[in-house]
Design a protein around this ligand. Structure first.
Ligand code: ZN
Ligand code: ZN
Length: 560
C-alpha cells in the first residue's frame, strides 16, 4: 500500500500531549504509522506553515432521523435559497444537494469534510425509528457516524420504574435497546417530560412527579446513568435536561447534576439550560454558576449548543418545550409529533436576532460557558446543529473563542443592554489552538470511548486535517489545505477529492437475554412492528450504511 508523509507541519495532538511540535505525520493502509527519517514515502506533502490536527468530531449534530426530514419538509425555502440550488455542482464528484439549516444528506457530508471534520454523531435516535436514522446517516458521504438512542420517556421504561421493577430488568431493557438500535449511547430528553406532556403537563421540574406514572425526572436520570455505567457503555448518559429555554432553569440544571450523585453524565446543549431570572427582563446569564458546578464536579462533561445569529430551525425530541416555543417560530409554522409512544418530536423554525435581548444574551451565555469552564476536556464545541445554528458556522465560533477583539466587536453590535452589561465583556481569555483541538477532536473522542480517533498517535485512524496557519482563525478553519479520511485524501483546499463511504460507530453491551419475553409482549400489545423485526442485525446495519465499515466500540468492565 502506498505511504503518505505530511512533512514539516506543526502538530497539535492533545491526546498524546503534543503541542505544536514540528514533525512529520505518516500514513499507510488508512492508519498513522512511524517512518524512519530517511525512508521515502510514495506521496510527500509539504505541510510547512500548517497546523496538523486529527479530523474533527462533532458529537452532537442532528443529521439523521425523522425530525431532520420533517425540518427539511417544513422549510422548503431553506432548500430553495441560492442561485440554482439544485444545479449540478461543478465538482463531478459531488451530487446535487442543497440547504443550509438542514442540508440534504450529501451536502451534510461535503460541507463537514470541507471544514476538516471526519465524524458526526446524531444525538436523538428514536428506538422505533432507528433503521431510518441509520439509513439517513449512511447516506451522508465520507463521515463516520453513530447515534444515541432516546430512552426515559418511553412507556415501558416509565412503567418499569413506576412499578418498581428490578433494577437489573431495567438495565437489561436498556442494554437490549442499545443492541437493537445499534446505538453509541443513550440520550434522555426532558426526563419524563415528553411523556408527561401527553398527560397534559406543561412543565416538569427535576423533583416534580409525572402525573400518571408518579416518577420524577431525578429518578429517571439516576436510573439511566447508573444502568449505563453497569452496562459499561463508554459514553455517559447524554442529558438534555428539564426546562430547556426557561428563565431560571439553572436550578433545574444544578438539580440534575445533583441527581447524578457522582455518576458520569454529559449535559448537552447546556447553553439552553443556564438562565437566571435577574434584571429588569427577569432573564439573565447563569454561566458563572454553571461553570463553578462543572469545575467542581469532575463527573460532568458538557457541550455548549452555541447560538449563531440568522435563520435556522430547531428540531428537538422535547415536544413539551417545542410546544411552548411554537409561538416564537419564524417563519411561523411548526410540527409536533410522537412515534410509537417512544419519545416525541417538535420542529420550530427560528431566526436568532442580534437586536433581540434574549437572543443576544443567549449568544453571550454560550461564549461565557466556553470561557469560564477550566477544563477543555469536558467542554465540546457544538451549536447543537441546527438548533443553535448550522454546523457551517463553526469556523466563526472558533474565531470568537480565540480572538478577544473580534469577540468584542461582535458584542458591541448586539442589543444595547447585553452589549453594555454582559459578563462576557470582562472575560479576557482567548482559547489556544491546543484548547480548540481538545474541544473539537480529542475530548469528543475520549467522551465517546473512541480509542483510535481524535488523535494522531501511531496506529490511530488516519483522519487528519491540515490547516494553513492564518491570523484570521475563521478563514483558517473554514478551508483546510488537506483533509484525509482513513488515509484517503478527501478534500483539497475546500474541494472534495474523493467520496468514500463512512463507517458506523456503535456499542454492544452485554445484557441478560431473558428480558426478551417482556419486550415481546410489550411490542405485541403496543407496537406497530413485530418484535422479531425490531432489532437491526449487523448485516442489515452494514447495508443501511451503504456497505460502510462497522466500528464497534469496546465497552468497559461494567461497574455494579
Ligand atoms: Zn436535545
Ligand atoms: Zn440536539
Amino acid at each position: 500500500m502506498s505511504t503518505v508523509r505530511l512533512r514539516g507541519g506543526r502538530v497539535i495532538d492533545p491526546t498524546n500531549g503534543v503541542d505544536s511540535d514540528l514533525r512529520d505525520v505518516c500514513m499507510r493502509n488508512g492508519r498513522i504509522v512511524a517512518m524512519a527519517a530517511g525512508e521515502k514515502a510514495d506521496h510527500d506533502i509539504d505541510a510547512t506553515g500548517c497546523i496538523v490536527l486529527a479530523g474533527g468530531i462533532d458529537m452532537h449534530t442532528h443529521i439523521g432521523g425523522g425530525k431532520v426530514n420533517l425540518a427539511r419538509m417544513l422549510l422548503p425555502e431553506d432548500h430553495r435559497a441560492g442561485g440554482n440550488p439544485i444545479a449540478r455542482p461543478d465538482n463531478l464528484l459531488e451530487l446535487a444537494s442543497c440547504g443550509t439549516c438542514t442540508p440534504g444528506t450529501l451536502a451534510t457530508g461535503y460541507r463537514y469534510v470541507e471544514m476538516g471534520y471526519t465524524a458526526a454523531f446524531e444525538p436523538a435516535m428514536v428506538p422505533a425509528n432507528a433503521r431510518h436514522t441509520h439509513m439517513e446517516m449512511g447516506d451522508v458521504p465520507i463521515l463516520d457516524h453513530g447515534a444515541y438512542v432516546m430512552l426515559g420517556n418511553d412507556e415501558l421504561f416509565l412503567r418499569m420504574l413506576a412499578e418498581r421493577e428490578d433494577f437489573q430488568r431495567i438495565r437489561d431493557y436498556m442494554g437490549w435497546t442499545i443492541h437493537a438500535s445499534k446505538a453509541m449511547g443513550v440520550k434522555v430528553v426532558n426526563p419524563g417530560g415528553i411523556s408527561a406532556f401527553k398527560f397534559n403537563q406543561r412543565k416538569l421540574d427535576v423533583d416534580e412527579n409525572h402525573v400518571h406514572w408518579q416518577v420524577t425526572p431525578r429518578h429517571v436520570v439516576h436510573t439511566l446513568a447508573r444502568a449505563l455505567r453497569e452496562l459499561g457503555v463508554p459514553h455517559p448518559l447524554h442529558i438534555h435536561g428539564s426546562n430547556l429555554g426557561v428563565a431560571g432553569n439553572i436550578q433545574s440544571t444544578l438539580d440534575t447534576i445533583n441527581a447524578l450523585d457522582g455518576l458520569p453524565g454529559h449535559l448537552t446543549h447546556i447553553q439552553f439550560h443556564v438562565y437566571g431570572t435577574e434584571g429588569p427582563k427577569k432573564f439573565s446569564s447563569a454561566a458563572l454558576q454553571l461553570a463553578e458546578a462543572v469545575n467542581a464536579n469532575k463527573n460532568i462533561s458538557i457541550d455548549v449548543g452555541q447560538i449563531m445569529f440568522g435563520q435556522t430551525v430547531t428540531a428537538s425530541g422535547d415536544t413539551m418545550r417545542q410546544h411552548a416555543n411554537a409561538d416564537l417560530g419564524s417563519p411561523r409554522k411548526w410540527i409536533g409529533a410522537d412515534i410509537e409512544c417512544d419519545a416525541g418530536c417538535g420542529v420550530v423554525p427560528f431566526r436568532y436576532r442580534q437586536q433581540s435581548f434574549v437572543n443576544a444574551l443567549q449568544w453571550a451565555i454560550g461564549l461565557e460557558i466556553f470561557l469560564l469552564v477550566d477544563d477543555p476536556w469536558r467542554v465540546v464545541l457544538t451549536t447543537d446543529h441546527p438548533n443553535g445554528g448550522p454546523f457551517t458556522s463553526y469556523p466563526h465560533l472558533i474565531r470568537l473563542l480565540m480572538d478577544r477583539s473580534f469577540r468584542e466587536e461582535q458584542l458591541a453590535r448586539l442589543h444595547p443592554d447585553v452589549a453594555a452589561n454582559a459578563a462576557l465583556k470582562s472575560i479576557t481569555r482567548e482559547l489556544s489552538l491546543y484548547e480548540i483541538a481538545v474541544m473539537t477532536r480529542a475530548a469528543p473522542a475520549k467522551l465517546l470511548g473512541l480509542k483510535d480517533r481524535g488523535h494522531l498517535g501511531i496506529g490511530a485512524a488516519a483522519d487528519i486535517a491540515v490547516y494553513r496557519e492564518q491570523a484570521d482563525r475563521e478563514a483558517m478553519f473554514t478551508t483546510p489545505d488537506y483533509v484525509f479520511k482513513d488515509g484517503t485524501l478527501v478534500a483539497r483546499a475546500g474541494r472534495i477529492t474523493a467520496v468514500p463511504t463512512g463507517g458506523t460507530h456503535f456499542v454492544a453491551p452485554d445484557f441478560d437475554r431473558s428480558i426478551e419475553p417482556i419486550l415481546r409482549k410489550h411490542w405485541a400489545t403496543h407496537g406497530s412492528v413485530h418484535f422479531d423485526h425490531v432489532a437491526i442485525g449487523r448485516d442489515e446495519l452494514c447495508s443501511c450504511c451503504h456497505g460502510g465499515r462497522l466500528l464497534p466500540t469496546a465497552c468497559f468492565e461494567g461497574a455494579s
